[in-house]
Write a protein that binds this ligand. Structure first.
Ligand code: B12
Ligand code: SF4
Length: 497
């Protein structure tokens, strides 16, 4: 497929395929889970629109669409191009959509990109022949160039950063340069999201006030934590200027009524100068918004967090991972437990909430390290704890170490951090599952933590409403289970995983 005849229209529909695997019977959890749109697709849609293409976005999970419904919508719309964003966990569902569409619309060109493609492009293209072209790494510059080549029937080998099919063979072009001038990119196309911002809520208790939007102010990370997949943006850090970040915040506030921003950068605090400049802009211009961000513990300084608080910072998420220094070392994390403790303390003292991101089951985890983590989570002044089940994501250094032992690529569709696909020597996945519950309970049952949640529920009706819907759904599911003879067991049928 080096040359493609001129396509019938200039319509491109972007798809965020369904990722969420909620077992039948557990639908009520949707009331409290994260409903953030793909910023990648918003950037891509804005970028192709600037080049004259007509863009639309389907957010499958947020719109509650299954693969068949997504495919049906695409078939009805008959776009010339479809652009699918891929996390490892969503590849199979995306392929299901692509297969259905291809049957009805054989001339529609299906392009894939995203974190999974940045790390597993060749394997994915070999395995799923329904994907026509893969765009590796950032797409804002490559995609419009690719579409222009496709429309004019020019050969694709001139487009850098892609994999395409030619006479039944896969061809890979040289990598495209990474985008250095982030300020030059058009603002994400929030206007293309149906019902934005109302239906795009983060997880319950993850924001002080709605409506909420996500933003990314920098790309890239030079560190090499072994569990992390940095293949999309690479090691070189690039950033928007504080003025452009401020402009985007103001745009969201004025035009979409957004009151809270979640920054999803890997290293929001990488530059103290940039962070303080943004805080100054927010304070000087009296922008009344709250915001949260993620940071490495070694970038936290008391003067910075104090200024951030004055500028509306509500919560900082830290990748604390574990309470064991030995494990941190095995992960190649530069931080140590003592450093984490200090950063969380400074943040709490500044009046900013601390969310700790932890993982359980990393290679080297033992019953002793689990106890260390449990004690650590109770010792530090953290307000929220997020615990994921260790998953070796393609693109992470640890994936290459583990692959070929007892993890197989068939596990892609389980890679959402909610399944133990692998267990360290000496601990079974069942034991890990039990400890997973124990650690969370031991943290959330503390009075000081519960108190904060009660206050939040009472002061912010959105949380209370979401919580009530969740509880009502749970009760209904329980009652239904008795009528159906399942005696309190909520799962209605085995999840297909
Ligand atoms: C915000 C975020 C989320 C948000 C929003 C997700 C979303 N749909 O975008 C939420 C919280 C929902 C989320 C959830 C998950 N996430 Co997440 N998330 C991120 C984070 C921190 C930032 C993503 C982002 O907005 N980047 C900025 C935008 C501009 O970049 P982008 O989306 O990658 O898009 C660019 C390119 O990839 C490319 N591109 C993307 N799609 C397409 C499509 C086409 C057609 C083309 C041409 C190009 C293209 O062009 C875009 C513009 O340059 C990344 C880390 C990171 N550094 O990227 C992790 C990351 C993407 N998440 C990851 C994971 C694993 C998950 C989860 C599966 C599990 C978990 N424990 O979090 C869950 C899925 C939950 C579920 N529903 O089952 C991994 C993915 C690894 C992998 N191989 O799959 C990452 C890379 C973290 C990491 N370092 O390991 N996540
Ligand atoms: S965990 Fe954070 S610091 Fe470590 S490599 Fe990933 S993005 Fe970088």
């Amino acid at each position: 497929m080096a040359k493609i005849a001129t396509t019938p229209n200039n319509k491109i529909i972007f798809v965020n395929p369904p990722y969420e695997r909620i077992a039948a019977g557990y639908d009520f959890v949707r009331h409290i889970t994260n409903r953030a749109p793909s910023l990648g697709l918003l950037y891509l849609a804005a970028s192709v629109r600037e080049h004259g293409y007509q863009a639309a976005i389907i957010e499958s999970d947020i719109e509650n669409l299954d693969p068949d419904q997504v495919a049906q919508r695409l078939i009805e719309e008959k776009p010339a191009f479809i652009g699918i964003t891929l996390f490892t966990v969503g590849v199979w569902q995306a392929a299901q959509i692509a297969r259905k569409v291809k049957k009805q619309l054989p001339n529609t060109i299906i392009i894939v990109g995203g974190p999974h493609i940045s790390s597993m492009s060749m394997e994915t293209m070999q395995r799923f022949t329904e994907f026509d072209i893969a765009v590796i790494h950032e797409g804002e510059h490559v995609l419009p160039e690719l579409l222009a080549h496709l429309q004019s029937g020019k050969v694709l080998e001139a487009v850098n950063g892609i994999i395409y099919r030619h006479d039944g063979e896969l061809k890979r072009t040289p990598p495209a340069p990474s985008i250095t001038d982030l300020d030059g990119l058009p603002m994400p196309a929030w206007d293309l999201l149906p019902n934005f911002p109302d239906t795009y809520l983060p997880a319950i208790y993850d924001y002080p006030q709605g409506p909420v939007a996500t933003l990314v102010a920098s790309r890239g990370c030079p560190f090499l934590c072994k569990f992390c997949d940095t293949s999309t943006f690479g090691a070189k850090v690039r950033a928007n200027s504080p003025q452009v970040v401020f402009n985007m915040m103001k745009h969201l506030h004025v035009n979409h009524g957004i009151r809270h921003i979640q920054f999803v950068d890997d290293l929001f605090l990488a530059s103290k100068i940039r962070t303080l400049a943004l805080c100054d802009l927010i304070i000087e211009n009296k922008l009344k918004m709250t915001w949260s961000c993620t940071a490495r513990v070694d970038t936290v300084k008391p003067d910075v967090v104090k200024r951030m608080k004055q500028a509306g910072c509500w919560e900082i998420s830290f990748g604390l991972e574990t309470g064991s220094n030995e494990l941190l070392q095995k992960m190649d994390k530069a931080a140590r437990v003592e450093m984490s403790e200090q950063a969380v303390k400074w943040t709490a003292e500044a009046g900013i909430r601390c969310k700790g991101l932890f993982m359980l089951g990393y290679p080297g985890e033992t019953t002793e390290t689990i106890q260390q983590t449990k004690a650590f989570t109770r010792r530090i002044p953290m307000t929220t704890m997020n615990l994921t089940k260790f998953t070796p994501y393609p693109g992470s250094p640890v994936y290459r170490e583990i692959y070929g032992t007892n993890i197989r690529d068939d596990h892609w569709e389980k890679m959402n951090g909610m399944n133990f696909l692998w267990s360290p020597e000496g601990i079974s996945t069942q034991e890990l599952d039990k400890e997973y519950q124990n650690i969370l309970k031991s943290f959330y049952k503390q009075h000081r933590v519960m108190h904060k949640y009660v206050v939040m529920s009472l002061t912010n009706p959105t949380h209370l409403i979401r919580l009530s819907r969740f509880v009502a759904g749970f009760v209904k599911a329980k009652i239904r289970s008795y009528f159906d003879g399942r005696k309190g067991v909520l799962i209605e049928e085995e999840n297909h995983l």
